[in-house]
Design a protein around this ligand. Structure first.
Ligand SMILES: Cc1cc2nc3c(=O)[nH]c(=O)nc-3n(C[C@H](O)[C@H](O)[C@H](O)COP(=O)(O)O)c2cc1C
Length: 158
């Protein structure tokens, strides 16, 4: 079986999560960063895992474009979805519902929140202001949900 992980990232968290996920999967795995390439030969893959990170409620446009441009092909595959973000609980559920089409969510074998990181040295001035105001966080914080990475892999492996 061949699995493709397509993702986008701004500061690297979603990429690190995608790489960690790739190591948990039993199949042959390829990774594509949608910032560099968006054409995919769908005939090569049985399973496709799509992920990105959330900024002010939205995942990267290249992820939503990839999904909307290829929805018909994607609905023929086994699907996994993930999002990196700092929201929790109902807010994260809402974020997931608002960023992935309902039909793709219901088709997915697994949909997971992989958590996120705040890395102040990488943020621009406005981002620092937003994060300090909204999250009340003032120093670096990593909350990657390694369990959810493992769970998504397990659900796709079965
Ligand atoms: C300016 C800014 C806005 C953010 N907005 C959200 C948000 O709306 N929802 C959320 O869950 N996480 C939000 N986050 C957290 C990011 O999703 C988190 O930092 C993530 O790890 C970034 O992943 P990346 O390095 O792959 O881009 C925000 C972070 C920043 C810096």
């Amino acid at each position: 079986m061949n699995t493709l992980i397509v993702y986008s990232t701004k500061y690297g968290c979603a990429q690190r999560c995608a790489m960690e996920l790739s190591k948990e999967l039993k199949d042959n795995v390829e990774l594509i960063n949608l910032k560099g390439k968006s054409n995919v030969d769908f005939s090569k893959y049985d399973k496709i895992i799509i992920g990105g990170s959330a900024y002010i409620g939205r995942i990267q446009k290249e992820v939503t474009d990839f999904i909307s441009n290829n929805l018909e092909e994607l609905l023929k595959k086994e699907i996994g979805l993930f999002i990196c973000g700092k929201q929790e609980g109902d807010m994260m559920e809402k974020e997931i519902r608002e960023n992935f089409p309902a039909e793709l969510i219901s088709k997915a074998k697994s949909v997971k929140n992989f958590g996120g990181e705040f890395n102040f040295s990488k943020m621009n001035f406005m981002e620092k202001v937003i994060v300090k105001k909204v999250s009340k966080v003032t120093s670096d914080k990593s909350d990657i949900k390694h369990d959810n990475i493992k769970r998504l892999a397990m659900e796709l492996n079965s």
